[in-house]
Write a protein that binds this ligand. Structure first.
Ligand code: PEP
Ligand code: MG
Length: 596
């Protein structure tokens, strides 16, 4: 950051949606619903109070349905999010929890709701995965909506905004975000929220710049203040000086031009200048991300993290729940390939509907395929659901965290039994369903030749592979600097897995986060991966970058990289060769760094 920018008031948050917006702030004031009155009620009033609560829930459902009706077809993923929020309004812990409070503790509906919400939040707080913080905030959004109806204040009206402004709010619910009128709102910033919150997802689908999690934006910024929102760097600049303003205007022009061009070509295949074709696929965790995956030009779904269907609920999903979800996914994707990863719980993702034993080292414990093999009933339910969905699209199955070949053999046996039982029941199943193993533990790389004989494809989960190779906890900030995707050791491991896959004639994909960072791309192309998957938004820029590379040159770069001693050496090598072409791509999707 230059001195001139530092001289402005700069607030750092989370860049939730790319792009730059420059304009006047509009502080969204709302009724404070944090503190509600506590009232005791007599036994004769219990039924009426329960009905008052149910009535408020129904009104909230109605409100969300109306918001949903106004969503245009091109933003259909927002409709999915609103559907999930409509379901949340009837979430067992929230809905029945509130009714229980009214009946048992004889308190008013507002108070009962607040107690139920606190209980849900407490449950979520125990879990380290940021996903749960986001789901807790979804519950809060849902309960606020009910509360607004109970209190008769009604939902806030973002749609009433009639000037070209940047919205500044403590928090925005997905329902509020979807009401943003693109012609009136240039961008938005909030005190709360994260990259993976539903509000962030909606912001990306609207393609308006957004920075979330700024903590004190609503205290510092007043309506009418001139602000710059840099969604790429996750930065907001308040009352910028002339020089900063000029710099950002030109940066915005550059960005808008680049974005228009990248988006225009997002459906052009990723083929290098010398004819090497790379599949570029999407990683998704929620069904609602599929539309974004298609819109951003993905060749398929490289990783569907199915555990999220198990995490935000009190009981396990049924075979029918899972089947419907996978079938919907298959129908939306059509011919495109879908890689469904089987349940990867444990480690840092725990489901409240499963009994967990205390573990000293959960990342090294009963996780992913290990858990599934020890819980064949739960595993079978998921496999049956996938198999039932298989005739509706191009589905393949992938087992996570394989560390021993026997795990794959055993998992395949359970899969076969599930297929047989479906056959007996006369339920159709695709005959040729492919099975893959994730390569995310060093032992899997070392025995990749053995594993390759058991599966139809590999997918490198480098997030975990790096964690387990360097023995660093991937969610521990204190050792984050040891997390080095470009380390020669990581490249050697990838290279070895690629070699085994090529010798066996099977596909090798990569689905770790490193696939989305342009600086890694020349190396990944040179390593000869067949398929790279990433968050949907990163796809257009990565595809464009692939089209600018020569496979032959990337192969030579890998040979040099493998001779280096450190990640910094490899990084220098890549920047010397490709610095210029990487510059715009990194700018386009920089995580905190605006330019190289
Ligand atoms: C990985 O480990 O690289 C991966 C893609 O899986 P997850 O991040 O879900 O563990
Ligand atoms: Mg993993």
């Amino acid at each position: 950051m230059s001195d001139s920018i530092a001289a402005n008031l700069v607030m750092k948050g989370i860049g939730a949606s790319m792009g730059i917006a420059i304009g006047k702030a509009y502080l969204l004031e709302r009724e404070e619903v944090d503190i509600v009155e506590r009232r005791s009620i007599g036994p004769e009033d219990v039924e009426a109070e329960v009905n008052r609560f149910k009535d408020a829930v129904n009104k909230a459902v109605e409100h969300l349905r109306r918001v949903k009706e106004d969503i245009s077809d091109e933003h259909s993923e927002q409709a999915y999010i609103l559907d999930s929020h409509i379901m949340l309004l009837k979430d067992r812990m929230l809905y029945e929890g509130t009714v229980e409070q009214i009946v048992q503790n004889r308190v008013n509906a507002e108070q009962a709701l607040q107690i139920a919400v606190e209980g849900v939040k407490k449950n979520f707080k125990k879990m380290p995965d940021p996903y749960f913080a986001d789901r807790a905030s979804d519950i809060v959004h849902a309960s606020n909506l009910i509360l607004e109806h109970l209190l008769g204040t009604g939902p806030s009206r973002i749609s009433d905004i009639d000037k070209r402004v940047i919205i500044v709010a403590r928090d925005l619910s997905p329902a509020e975000t979807t009401q943003i009128q693109l012609e009136r709102v240039k961008g938005f910033i909030t005190d709360l929220g994260s990259h993976t919150s539903h509000t962030g997802i909606v912001a990306r689908s609207l393609e308006i710049p957004a920075v979330l999690g700024l903590k004190k934006a609503t205290e510092v910024i007043k309506t009418g203040d001139l602000i710059i929102v840099d969604g790429n760097a996750g930065v907001v600049i308040v009352d910028p000086n002339e020089e900063t303003l000029e710099r950002y205007h030109s940066r915005k022009d550059q960005f808008d031009t680049y974005q228009a061009e990248v988006t225009r070509t997002s459906h052009v295949p990723a083929e290098t200048t010398d004819g090497y074709r790379l599949k570029v696929s999407a990683n998704i965790s929620l069904l609602e991300e599929v539309v974004s995956a298609i819109d951003h030009g993905s060749d398929g779904i490289g990783l569907y993290r199915t555990e999220f269907l198990y995490l935000n609920r009190a009981s396990l999903p049924s075979e029918q729940d899972l089947f419907e979800n996978y079938k919907d996914l298959a129908e939306i994707m059509g011919e495109r390939e879908i890689t469904i990863r089987t349940l990867d719980v444990g480690g840092d993702k725990f489901s409240s509907s499963i009994q967990w034993a205390e573990e000293m080292n959960p990342a090294l414990g009963l996780r992913a395929i290990r858990f599934c093999l020890q819980s064949p009933a739960i595993f079978t339910v998921q496999l049956r659901a996938i198999l039932r969905a298989s005739p509706f699209g191009n589905i393949r199955i992938m087992f996570p965290m394989v560390s021993h070949v026997e795990e794959v053999v055993q998992a395949k046996r359970i899969l076969k039994e599930a297929a047989k039982s479906l056959d007996k029941e006369g339920i159709p199943v695709a005959r040729d369903i492919q099975v893959g193993a994730m390569i995310e533990v060093p032992s899997a790389v070392l025995m990749a030749d053995v594993l390759a004989k058991e599966v139809d494809f590999f997918s490198l989960g480098t997030n975990d592979l790096i964690q387990y190779t360097f023995a660093i906890d991937r969610v521990n900030k204190q050792v984050a600097d040891l997390y080095q995707p470009l380390h020669p050791v990581v490249l050697k491991l990838i290279g070895q897995a690629v070699k085994a896959a090529k010798e066996a004639g099977i596909e090798i994909a990569l689905c770790g986060e490193m696939g989305a960072d342009p600086i890694n791309l020349p190396i990944l192309v040179g390593l000869e991966l067949d398929n790279i998957s990433m968050n949907p938004v990163s796809i257009p820029a990565i595809k464009r970058l692939v089209r600018s590379l020569s496979f032959r040159e990337c192969s030579s770069l890998v040979k040099e990289a493998l001779k280096q001693r450190t990640a910094a050496d490899v990084r220098r090598l890549v920047l010397e060769a490709y610095g210029e072409s990487l510059e715009m791509a990194r700018f386009f999707q920089s995580n905190g760094q605006v330019l190289l």
